[in-house]
Write a protein of this length. Sequence first.
Lengths: 245, 188
Amino acid sequence: MTAEDDPHEAIAAYVLNALPPAEEAAFENHLAGCSTCTEEITAFREVVAELAAAQSAPVPQHIRTTTLKAITHIHQESAPRPPRTAGRRRPALVLAASITAAALLAGTTAWQYTEAEHARTQAAQARGSSQALTDLLVAPDVTVHTAKLTDGARAAVTVSRGQGKAVFAAQGLPAPDEGKTYELWYAFTTGDLHPAGLVSGDARHAPHLLKGPLNKAVAVGITLEPASGSKQPTSKPLGIIPITL
Amino acid sequence: MLHRSGPEARAEDLLARAGRGDKDAFAGVFDIFSPVVMGLACRILRDPAQAEEVTQDVMIEIWRTADRYVPERGSAKAWVLTLAHRRAVDRVRAAQAGMEREQRARTLLPEGAFDVVAEVVEHHDEQRRVYRCLASLSRSQRVPLVLAYYQGLTYLEVAHALSAPVGTVKSRMRAALRQLRACMEAGR
């Protein structure tokens, strides 16, 4: 592995907010499974804060007055527990968030069971569609992983490691805007994100066999992309579904 | 990093109280941090009017999300300035195209205007320590760090501005922060 392939080389650029969006999302994805990263990031943030704190400028009194007045009308967010990394303002394609979500789900929920059945039924009904899809759903090692998406939709990913394949199904996914499509992603602990196929607006209620090999993917993400799809995500993920147990 | 004392502990306490809706505590948070947020925003945006807007946005965001601050994960200062830096960088990227920022970086480089060390006239001990540590970095480490942090360039833009390989720039940034960290911890 060369230095350029090592995701840890991106730590400083990440703390400096110097990663382009796709790389930032990929790095945050890696971050979730990397405790040494978290430690180094925390330390770097302290160092970088000193760079900022070394210079201050007077704040006009009217800014103070306006701000203190404004907050009386601004609703505070209560922290999700456990909270996210300090200062980050969005989840991006972050496994940390997804792992937290998975922990909160604490195993197989009733919904998960129902949804798995739903996915199987739906898939089984999709006669004439890919034989591979049916094969997957009846594989002996099949596991089902579920998550809520940001827009309130629910998603389930059915995985067979033995077959190296996965199926995505969602409920309540809104129609994408004109010229947009949903795109699925395989996420790896290395921080890599591989496109795993498009879900067009018309077909959003049907299960989708993910494109490309599953390999050691640890999560499946979904984003909105231009109709032709993207090589790397260009928007905030609507959700992340961890597919490790 | 835990067991902070004095002003740092006070800032944390105020931030925690602000997170629970205490407006007086938030006024304290504002007074402690808004000048450094403003300083950073001025430096990145080079426009006081925009810096004021960013400062106000950042302080309001702090009020809104203060409950997320977890002392175990770092100081209140780091939390606030992480948020502030992000906002300022987002703003400068939206306002100025990458080419423009790179161009400015390139024209300013020969005069060493980015060697913040040279800009220092007089400062208190804390600031002197930061600048002394920055000065201890090799130029090849310091310049990418400063371009990214104070100019809001991505590492790709830094590489382009310096005509350096992208992988090298990334590694130098990490080496720079590691050395800076060692220097600051040694000076405590």
